[in-house]
Design a protein around this ligand. Structure first.
Ligand code: PHE
Length: 336
């Protein structure tokens, strides 16, 4: 019996070690280790053997089974490696896969940059609600119900009095109503307008408002602060232009342009062939606004400005469609 087992072991080892394909190996496994194999029959027949023989044969059967299992594993690995299979495709020297950690939206990064420049100029951040009322968004800013400026500020009304704010200027009103001068704030945030979306208009965008009120604040200071700010943002060499403008809540008012950074003043679709891009509205706070918030216009003067944050970033990176910022397309967001 033992002799026969040894013979079997020799045959099986040769079959496993010599198998040239997975099929051959599988056939050998069935023949030598399968349910109907001689080896298996031998272990099932153990119980019929006399006591002393049973021990010796049992031990031999177990040893051979273990030995054959090892040869089978080795043969499996050898064939997989030859086929370029699982065992060989694990390259432990490759660097690991980096997890995707995400990043800040370009508008968020721009807001942080603007906030840090204005913090350096002594401005603190103020906020206000996105759902405003007619008084803060219009009336107190010297825009009565029949004023033509309401045309450009058409918005989404919630009911007769409540609406989505069309600019960050209502934060001027809320801040002045709750504090005494001097006041020096910026108010960044999202604003809404009933616009038909195109490359330069969206129904949601971001603005950053600025307000400085104290005794003896003058227009020259406004020009100085804005020129300094634009120089910090785009580099000292950037050309800045102040044009007369009109806003109901500032007098006098100005619109501030920079040279188009897409075409460097030569003329292109983004600057509508003018070579200049409007970035800010600004001016001296109108006395009617001071009256609406209870400041004495004979004692205090101040300036205010408002800028489009999306547009600031567009000019920084040469982006030509404002809608890209709100579409959440990662192919765009990863680039800018
Ligand atoms: N609120 C104005 C707008 O949205 C911009 C502005 C702000 C102009 C402050 C002057 C002063 O059009």
């Amino acid at each position: 019996m033992i002799e026969r087992l040894k013979e079997l072991r020799g045959e099986a080892v040769a079959a496993f070690d010599g198998a040239a394909s997975p099929q051959e190996l599988e056939e050998a496994r069935v023949r030598y280790l399968g349910r109907k194999s001689e080896l298996n029959q031998a272990s099932r027949g153990l119980k019929d053997l006399p006591e002393d023989e049973r021990r010796a044969v049992g031990r031999a059967v177990n040893e051979i089974k273990n030995e054959l299992a090892a040869h089978l594993t080795a043969a499996t690995d050898r064939l997989e490696a030859a086929a370029g299979g699982a065992a060989s495709s694990v390259d432990l020297t490759l660097p690991g896969r980096r997890p995707w950690v995400g990043g800040k939206h370009p508008i968020t990064r721009t807001l942080e940059r603007l906030e840090s420049i204005f913090a350096g100029l002594g401005f603190e951040v103020a906020t206000g609600p996105h759902i405003e009322d007619d008084f803060h968004n219009f009336e107190a800013l010297n825009i009565p119900p029949d004023h033509p400026a309401r045309d450009m500020h058409d918005t989404f009304y919630i009911d007769g009095d409540r609406l989505l704010r069309t600019h960050t200027s209502p934060v001027q009103i809320r801040t002045m109503k709750s504090r005494k001068p001097p006041v020096r704030i910026i108010a960044p945030g999202r604003v809404y307008r009933n616009e038909t979306p195109d490359a330069s208009h969206g129904s949601e965008f971001y603005q950053l408002e600025g307000l400085y009120v104290d005794r003896g604040v003058r227009f020259g200071e406004l020009m100085g602060v804005l020129t300094k700010f634009l120089g910090e943002l785009y580099g000292e060499a950037i050309a800045v232009r102040f044009r007369p403008g009109f806003f109901p809540f500032t007098e006098p008012s100005t619109e501030v342009d920079i040279e188009c950074r897409i075409c460097h003043g030569r003329g292109c679709p983004v600057c509508k062939n003018t070579g200049w891009v409007e970035l800010l509205g600004a001016g001296m706070v109108d006395p009617r606004v001071f009256e609406a918030v209870g400041y004495d216009p004979d004692v205090y003067t101040g300036y205010a400005f408002g800028l489009g944050v999306d547009r600031i970033h567009m000019m920084m990176c040469g982006v030509n469609d404002i809608r890209l910022y709100h579409e959440n397309d990662l192919r765009f967001l990863r680039q800018v």
